[in-house]
Design a protein around this ligand. Structure first.
Ligand code: NVA
Length: 294
């Protein structure tokens, strides 16, 4: 039984295999139906969601399955009922469990007791499904991953920074973080600089994310001041390669971490990126299902 709790739950070769499957499923969305029956896949959200819920629900349906939304607040996971008990109950109803939650330890515990594959749909520490979608998007636009320079600018001490550090490294990309002192990723060995221009210079891919991740809302004002020099604007983009693409996992705050001109401009591939969540997540669900008895 395999789970997808963090980006390096896949080896580099497995990541490439899942990305290839995602591209195949994108070309032929209804041809592969490992959850026909339909088998149920449970989705639980302890934090807000739009893309993740929509793309998992649509993708599970395309795989022949039935997406079951378990309301995180009603279930009260971890206080009304222990994570281990929820895992054992849901594992008897569902072929897989998709969970967006807070601490990584919560999803680790779910995986330990579920008896079915568990997929991380964002925790405080990692957002590995988003990274599969991001890598698929880069591959589509650039034709390759290995050797490309990626500049992640802004708050890199969040799930997206950590996931880029790990997944970008697995893909053989040169990931550089442009972030304030103390806001570099907690994992991986990618270089970080406090100079956003140095980070972006000659980049093939420029990535940013909100300065105020879910759960950090009380720090919003302080964060706006800390990250102000790291906004992805046309002036900053002028230092990247002329054909650089821009990624943002969304939701985006135009005028904060990214200007409207860049987000809505010709270098932005954020709508492809949002669509690719579905294809990438179908691929990881199908891939895990095929290894259920390993
Ligand atoms: N870092 C952001 C990602 C949103 C998809 C957050 O955790 O809120």
């Amino acid at each position: 039984m395999r789970h997808f709790l963090r980006d390096d739950d896949l080896t580099a070769a497995e990541q490439a295999e899942v990305l290839a499957l995602a591209a195949t499923l994108k070309a032929k969305p209804f041809e592969h139906q490992p959850f026909a029956g339909p088998h149920t896949i449970a989705m639980i959200f302890d934090k807000p969601t739009l893309r993740t819920q929509a793309s998992f629900a649509a993708g599970i349906a395309e795989l022949g399955g039935h997406p079951l939304l378990v309301e995180g607040k009603l279930a009260g996971i971890g206080h009304r009922e222990s994570i281990a008990d929820v895992a054992r109950v849901l594992g008897r109803q569902a072929a897989a469990i998709v969970w967006r939650t807070f601490e990584q330890s919560r999803i680790d515990e779910m995986a330990a007791y579920a008896g079915v594959p568990v997929v991380n749909a964002l925790t405080d520490d990692f957002h590995p499904c988003q990274l599969l979608a991001d890598l698929l998007t880069v591959q589509e636009h650039k034709g390759t991953l290995a050797g490309l320079k990626v500049a992640f600018v802004g708050d890199a001490a969040c799930n997206m920074g950590n996931s880029w550090a790990v997944a970008g490294g697995l893909a053989g990309m040169q990931v550089v973080f442009g972030c304030p002192e103390g806001y570099a990723p907690a994992v991986g060995d990618a270089p970080a600089t406090t100079d956003p221009v140095a980070a972006v210079t000659d980049a093939d891919v420029v990535v940013t994310d909100t300065w105020v991740s879910m759960g950090k809302e009380e720090e919003a004002e302080a964060r706006k001041a800390i990250f102000a020099p790291y906004a992805v604007t046309s002036e900053l983009m002028a230092h990247a390669k002329p054909d650089a693409i821009v990624l943002h996992c969304l939701p985006a705050y135009r005028g904060s971490e990214i200007s409207a001109e860049v987000l809505d401009g010709p270098q932005s591939v954020v709508w492809d990126e949002a669509e690719n969540r579905r294809h990438a997540q179908k691929a990881i669900l199908a891939w895990l299902e095929a290894r259920r008895h390993d």
